[in-house]
Design a protein around this ligand. Structure first.
Ligand SMILES: Cc1cc2nc3c(=O)[nH]c(=O)nc-3n(C[C@H](O)[C@H](O)[C@H](O)COP(=O)(O)OP(=O)(O)OC[C@H]3O[C@@H](n4cnc5c(N)ncnc54)[C@H](O)[C@@H]3O)c2cc1C
Length: 592
């Protein structure tokens, strides 16, 4: 495990070392075994039934969930005292990554184990857990989470579903419609949010057989067609008072805290999907000939593989670094702490910024990967005969659910600024320091004997870029900065890519001494390729932010600073990409 406990977003103002990050190369045997069990389950039991699942034979999803229960795959996050395994987040992420290769079924699984089951685990009373948890972790029952409504998606707290206490005080009477509910068509237990007396946003556990609860028709979707997405309609649904979840008026805590884990798991799932997609394209490119040679021999194709593999390396590094950070923090909470799950939630919430980073970054890596994968297939990629078309359609939803990527981007600088205002992070002080260094350049001589010296020096400068621009934005707009979305989005892109570069570089540095020469060159190539690409993204975002915030001489000075702080010497980039592409083609899969 990583040693140092970081505050959320602290990476932007402090130096992080390789010993501070957890990497996939450190999986324990037990973690690997759960990963292996999940992978074998997907290969042997899900993929052979993929066609039927895609045609919405939901009996298969339900049966496979029971099978997941038998294999222990539904109890990873559940407490031991209720029969769960209560394993760490690294294991939970590894399972999410492996199950993602099951296509639509992975949506059923992930919604059930994440947003479906976790509200009960974190906020349920002992009686509620006694009643429902065993059914959920055995796969006997499937769970769903009902937050979105036709009139409120991103604005989840704007929900209009209502709950009114019955005259005899024994039931809440729920009315309203929930929209786009995953597992809606066949779930047995729904976590539903409604406002008591039209104002107190509250969670409820609602059984499928509840009088007054009905299910709408299946949505006709672009992708993940083999997952169920329906409305859940409440017409005077009578829910026993014992089924109120958490506290009256505190439903937002449940909704948002569970989403933190959901976002982070989505990072793991999209990483797994990226690995699956690149592997298919690598194999195809070696078989398909054009101009008398396999298309894999073209630099145009090889470069795509290099960019994809490098980005997936970063995506994976982000997910497991964050898993390690969360596990380290959660490990400091003694199990006998009163209100253990409150402290546990706070532990996860500390990293809400990094959870949003993982969600946005990994889902967008997958978006780029499936686009390139389809291109590798040419016209055949556009047909249903090959898997690229399905990858392309299924990917799209990941940028929409668990908070759209716009909402998650806004949350990153928004939360940083809020924490800075509360004095939790010394943003203003660090911004001043970065500004001083912008005014008085110091020329650092790189020590070439240090691994990744150029990338580490770059990271120091990229953090200054973020701080200078955030500082300039706050100075100019003060409190109103929260309404300047275009600036906040640019700041988010800088923060996201800094975390990704740092995760990739520190992982590479940590694993390098144990690698063979060939593997070492591939890792170095991935770092160079990704650092170059991500620094370009940061440079564009930073220039945009500078133009949005300043004008005149100050703008000129900011732009000069951005140019200096985002300078990365990527000498050897082309040979590096060729090494990486070659290694992937030889292995016919993602190699790290
Ligand atoms: C297949 C599928 C499965 C789903 N599963 C579930 C589920 O199980 N449970 C559940 O509760 N929900 C579920 N959802 C709902 C999903 O979480 C919402 O669709 C999502 O949160 C976006 O809400 P919306 O669709 O109402 O879009 P809107 O909120 O209307 O957003 C439309 C656009 O406006 C942007 N926007 C909105 N507000 C702002 C803002 N303040 N600032 C800047 N931009 C903004 C958004 O980023 C987006 O681009 C699912 C959706 C789908 C499609």
């Amino acid at each position: 495990m990583a040693a140092r406990l970081f505050k959320g977003s602290e990476y932007l103002i402090t130096e992080v070392t390789k010993d501070d990050v957890f990497t996939p190369e450190e999986f324990t045997d037990e973690q690997k075994q759960i990963g292996e069990t999940t992978e074998q389950f997907v290969l042997n039991e899900v993929l052979p039934r993929r066609e039927e699942i895609e045609h919405q034979n939901f009996n298969i999803n339900v049966d496979l969930m029971k099978r997941c229960g038998e294999l222990g795959l539904l109890m990873i996050d559940a407490p031991e005292e209720y029969g769960g395994l209560e394993l760490d987040k690294v294991t939970s992420m590894l399972a999410a990554e492996k199950i993602s290769q099951a296509g639509s079924f992975s949506v059923t699984y992930t919604a059930h184990t994440g947003i479906g089951t976790l509200p009960l685990v974190y906020y349920g009373t002992p009686e509620q857990k006694e009643r429902y948890l065993d059914k959920l972790i055995s796969g006997e029952w499937v769970a769903a989470y009902c937050l979105t409504e036709p009139g409120s998606g991103s604005d989840a707290l704007g929900a209009s579903a209502t709950a009114t206490l019955s005259d005899d005080g024994k039931h809440y009477i729920l009315n309203g419609t929930k929209q786009f509910i995953t597992n809606g068509g066949f779930a047995d237990l729904y976590t539903i949010f409604a406002k008591i007396d039209k104002q107190h946003f509250t969670g409820f556990l609602v059984e499928r057989t509840t009088e007054g609860l009905s299910i709408g028709p299946e949505e006709k979707k672009l992708g993940v067609k083999g997952s169920s997405t329906t409305q859940v309609i409440l017409e005077d649904a009578k829910v026993p008072v014992e089924n109120l979840l958490g506290e009256i008026g505190k439903g937002h805590k449940i909704a948002f805290n569970v989403l933190n884990v959901g976002r982070f798991k989505l990072g793991a799932a999209t990483t797994g999907a990226s690995k699956q997609a690149i592997a298919e394209a690598l194999r195809y490119s070696k078989e398909r000939k054009a101009f008398g040679v396999p298309i894999s021999t073209f630099g145009a194709i090889g470069e795509k593989f290099a960019d994809m593999a490098a980005a997936i390396f970063a995506s994976e590094s982000v997910v497991y670094r964050l898993a390690g950070m969360i596990d380290d923090r959660l490990a400091t909470i003694p199990k006998d702490t009163p209100n253990y799950y409150d402290a546990y939630q706070q532990g996860i919430e500390e990293y809400s910024i990094e959870c949003a980073v993982a969600k946005v970054f990994c889902s967008e890596v997958l978006a780029d990967v499936v686009d390139d994968v389809l291109q590798v297939y040419g016209g055949y990629g556009f047909t249903q005969e090959y898997p690229a078309e399905g990858f392309y359609r299924d990917e799209r939803i990941n940028r929409i659910w668990e908070g759209t990527n716009e909402i998650n981007r806004l949350l990153i600088p928004g939360t940083i600024l809020r924490r800075a205002m509360k004095g939790e992070i010394p943003l203003q002080k660090e911004a001043m320091k970065a500004f001083e260094s912008l005014m008085s350049p110091d020329f650092v001589e790189l020590d070439e004997s240090v691994p990744f010296a150029a990338e580490k020096a770059l990271l120091v400068n990229l953090k200054k870029t973020f701080l200078v621009l955030a500082g300039a934005g706050v100075q100019k707009f003060m409190d109103r900065i929260k309404d300047e979305q275009e600036i906040l989005l640019a700041a988010a892109d800088i923060a996201i890519n800094i975390f990704a570069i740092e995760s990739a570089v520190l992982r590479a540095e940590k694993i390098l001494p144990k690698l063979s020469d060939t593997r070492r060159s591939a890792v170095e190539a991935a770092v160079k390729t990704f650092t170059f690409n991500a620094t370009e993204v940061i440079g564009t975002a930073a220039r945009k932010a500078a133009y949005y915030v300043e004008e005149g001489d100050t703008l000129t000075m900011l732009l000069a600073g951005v140019r200096r702080f985002t300078k990365y010497d990527a000498t050897g980039l082309l040979p590096a990409k060729r090494v990486l592409a070659e290694a992937c083609l030889e292995a016919e899969k993602y190699i790290f």
